[in-house]
Write a protein that binds this ligand. Structure first.
Ligand SMILES: Cc1ncc(COP(=O)(O)O)c(C=O)c1O
Length: 285
């Protein structure tokens, strides 16, 4: 097994040697936040936006940010360059996690805990061309998560259960609905195309604003694809010409089947193809 260098609380060490105390509040309560940044050819993609979201997540749960942006960048650079050197892989997915730290178990914040900071990276293989050519199947599920999905919290039980339902049905993603309206995937944002217009749910506390959310809005503007953020009813998802997913790891993917029914004509559509091409250009720019 690979044993890449990771960063944990001031120390760079092989992954197998990085250990946390069992009283870490991340372990006990899921009390922490995380971030995932894609890196292409050694260059982090949209790093500034990812760091801003990490800082927003930390502030939202009142964990003091342990590092300046410059310090974070230096820590990430050391982990990713070690991985590139050891494994000759310069497309990576960087994972960062901050928890409220180690303290005697009690729900309210401890007075003097130091945040636990962890950074690792893994090889990143974007979806294969045939996945983009054929599209993916998804299921729909009721959104059972809490009401602060805008925070990139490590408490992911609702997402985990939804993703497991999809996995058990051989689907790529579980698309969630709350009160009859589209929220997002278990680990992706979801987009709907009707009559040439791309629509996404509004960015409120019911979804995580993916870093690709803003990017897709920008790519739509550049490609002359009309874009609208609005509430999207379940019927509108099933009646869509195209449905797309986006996330750091999945980039942009076409959904061609929902609960076993074809989306549109059951093939990846023209809006997907234009956005996917624009995404490929943007990530290598
Ligand atoms: C619940 C959820 N929504 C949306 C996204 C997409 O965010 P991003 O584009 O920053 O990867 C993710 C990413 O993992 C996610 O977990």
């Amino acid at each position: 097994m690979q044993d890449p260098l990771v960063y944990l609380n001031g120390v760079f060490a092989p992954l197998s040697e990085a250990k946390i105390p069992v009283l870490d509040r991340g372990f006990i309560f899921g009390d922490g936040v995380y971030e995932v940044i894609p890196m292409y050819a050694g260059k982090l993609f949209r790093a500034r936006q990812h760091m801003a979201r990490l800082f927003r997540s930390l502030a939202a749960v009142s964990i003091a940010n342990p590092h300046s942006e410059q310090e974070w960048m230096a820590l990430i650079a050391r982990v990713t360059s070690a991985y590139t050197a050891d494994y000759a892989v310069s497309d990576q997915l960087v994972y960062m996690q901050v928890t409220r730290g180690v303290a005697r178990r009690a729900h309210a914040f401890p007075k003097d805990a130091e945040p636990t900071v962890f950074i690792m990276t893994n090889a990143f293989t974007p979806p294969a061309a045939e996945v983009c050519d054929n599209g993916v199947a998804c299921i729909t599920v009721e959104d059972q998560r809490w009401l602060r999905c805008d925070i990139k919290s490590i408490s992911l039980l609702g997402n985990v259960l939804a993703a497991q339902q999809a996995a058990e049905q051989g689907a790529t993603e579980a698309i969630q609905f709350r009160d009859g309206f589209l929220t997002e995937g278990a680990s992706s944002n979801v987009w709907v195309v009707k009559d040439g217009k791309l629509m996404g749910p509004p960015t409120n506390a019911l979804i995580l604003e993916g870093i690709r959310y803003g990017l897709i809005a920008e790519l739509c503007a550049a490609c002359n694809i009309p874009f609208e953020a609005r509430r999207i009813a379940r019927n509108d998802v099933f009646a869509a010409d195209e449905v797309l997913l986006s996330s750091a790891g999945r980039e942009v993917l076409p959904v061609v089947a929902l609960d076993g029914q074809p989306v549109g004509n059951g093939k990846p559509g023209p809006v997907f193809r234009r956005l996917h091409a624009a995404y490929q250009d943007a990530k290598r720019a």
